[in-house]
Each structure stands twice: as structure tokens, then as C-alpha cells.
Design a protein around this ligand. Structure first.
Ligand SMILES: [Fe+2]
Ligand SMILES: [Fe+2]
Length: 294
């Protein structure tokens, strides 16, 4: 339990919000090695060779990139053994996905008692949403957007920060959900001053990640309110709902999930598409999850 809000009189919404903002500020950035790779990926003068040179200093990352490149999710056709070939095969955008996945996945394995998620459950839920987002994009023939996997992976990042706060106010939050019919994220905003969705978005803004990722995190429960990157936000929302309907990482807030009819209609989603995406996701995510757990 953190001590941002401990002490007499420190239980009002303003105190919680101040505590959440401090927790966002002090939330550890990506490991410095990961940030240095991300910087290099954004550097117009960097090329695959310079990036491979940097990556190979981290044996764990090199092993992960090779394992992931050879996994079904990344469409391996033949065995790839060299790092440089793996990076060429992936392209820089997919390399970004892998580096972010390797940088964040370990943090998602801890239990989150506030959200009633056991060890590894947030990671399973996030990997499911990541793979399903990418699969939905393919099935709907939407211009394949390279950010979708990462957007799915990071949509619930804010839960890592909000968990202690949710734990402290669990009874109150559940009351608002059960008696007043609020969705869980709306109850978070009501009681704590900020939802896990907004909290995650703030972290991603602080990390200087692409805007599509912070938009997907901010609006994944209410895609109809997104002002930009709407396709990405709607797809992450549907992938998230699909994870819940498959019972992957439901926790405390899974039962009250409100599916946005606007997103379903705008994407022209059919039941068969959802079933197809769910089966594709199931077959691809298990191997990926094993690799990311390390
Ligand atoms: Fe969420
Ligand atoms: Fe989620």
C-alpha cells in the first residue's frame, strides 16, 4: 500500500487526485535500455544496423526479439536466427511493439488486489487485448495500423497505479456500481477524481509515446467520446470487451462492461467476425504470453 493518502482527513476526492498525480509523476519510466531503443526508433538518422548494434548489448532483449519474431503472432515462415534479419523482417514499427512489450510486461505480472486480479491476470488480459486488436484490424480490412497491438497491450496500464487507491475505496466503488448502476471507471472518477483509463493515458503522455496510444488508453471504455484516432480507440474497446466475454482477466470491473453500440455500428461488426477473431486470438496469444512472462 502506498502512503500518498494515509493520515487523518486525507480521504477526500481532492486528496486522492493529488495522490494519483504524484504517483503518475513518480511512476518508473521504461528501463533506460528500453527508452534508449525507443529514442533510436524515433531518430530519423538511425538505421537498422545502428539499432541492431544497440539491441545486441542486451541479451535478454535479443533473445525475446528472436523468440517473438519466430512466433505465430509475427507470422514466422522460416526460422530466423540473426538479430539483424529479425529486425529487417519485423520492420521498425513492429520492433517498437516488441521493445515496449518486453519493457512493460514484467510489471503486469504482479497481483492487483484492488482490481481482484491475481498474478499474471493483467498481463493475460493485456496480451489478449493486444492480439485481438491486431486481429480485428485484419478481419475488418481496416488499414492495418501498426500501433494497434501496442495500444491494446497498454490500454489498462493505469490499473498499475490506481490499484492501491481502488483497494482503499473498494466498498464505496462497488456500492456505486451495484446500487447506482455506474460503470466501474465512472465510479473511479467519482470517488478518486480520475479513472484508470485517464491515469494510463497520462503515463503514456509523460513517456512521450505516440498520441494514438494515449487516446486508446484514455477512451477505451467510452470510444464515442474520442476526438482523435477513433478507429484505433474503437478497436481497442471491442478487443477489451472480447477479452472480458472470454473471461480473460475480468477482475472486479469486468461484469459491468458496457459495449459501445456506436463502435459496433461504425465498425460494421458482425457476430461471426467476433467469433473468428476470438478463435484466432486464442491460438496466437498463449505462445506470446509465455514469452513475455519470461
Ligand atoms: Fe479498462
Ligand atoms: Fe481492459
Amino acid at each position: 500500500m502506498n502512503n500518498y493518502y494515509s493520515g487523518p482527513g486525507a480521504s477526500g476526492k481532492e486528496d486522492y487526485l493529488a495522490g494519483i498525480l504524484r504517483a503518475i509523476d513518480t511512476f518508473p519510466s521504461m528501463p533506460s535500455f528500453v527508452s534508449s531503443i525507443i529514442d533510436l526508433l524515433h531518430d530519423p538518422n538511425a538505421n537498422i544496423q545502428t539499432i541492431a548494434e544497440r539491441v545486441k548489448f542486451d541479451p535478454g532483449m535479443t533473445a525475446n526479439i528472436l523468440k517473438l519474431t519466430n512466433s505465430a503472432q509475427f507470422g514466422a515462415q522460416h526460422r530466423i536466427a540473426s538479430l539483424q534479419e529479425a529486425i529487417v523482417r519485423l520492420g521498425l514499427r513492429q520492433l517498437f511493439q516488441l521493445v515496449v512489450s518486453a519493457g512493460i510486461s514484467k510489471r503486469m505480472t504482479r497481483p492487483l488486489p484492488g482490481y481482484e486480479l491475481r498474478a499474471d491476470e493483467l498481463l493475460s488480459h493485456s496480451v489478449w487485448a493486444a492480439v485481438a486488436s491486431a486481429e480485428l484490424c485484419k478481419a475488418l480490412h481496416i488499414n492495418a495500423h501498426d500501433m494497434l497491438f501496442t495500444a491494446g497491450l497498454l490500454h489498462d496500464l493505469g490499473k498499475l497505479i490506481l490499484d492501491d487507491f481502488v483497494q482503499n475505496e473498494k466498498g464505496h466503488l462497488q456500492e456505486l456500481v451495484q446500487l447506482n448502476g455506474m460503470t466501474f471507471d465512472t465510479a473511479e472518477t467519482e470517488v478518486l477524481g480520475m479513472s484508470h483509463a485517464e491515469t494510463g493515458a497520462q503515463v503514456l503522455i509523460q513517456w512521450n509515446f505516440p498520441e494514438a496510444l494515449s487516446a486508446a488508453a484514455a477512451w477505451h471504455h467510452h470510444p464515442e467520446y474520442a476526438e482523435s484516432h477513433k478507429d484505433i480507440v474503437m478497436i481497442v474497446h471491442i478487443a477489451d470487451a472480447l477479452a472480458y466475454s472470454e473471461g480473460v482477466g475480468c477482475g472486479i470491473d469486468g461484469m459491468q462492461y458496457e459495449l459501445s453500440t456506436e463502435a459496433v455500428n461504425q465498425l460494421g461488426l458482425k457476430k461471426e467476425t467476433l467469433e473468428y477473431v476470438a478463435s484466432q486470438t486464442l491460438s496466437k496469444m498463449q505462445q506470446l504470453e509465455q514469452i513475455l512472462k519470461g
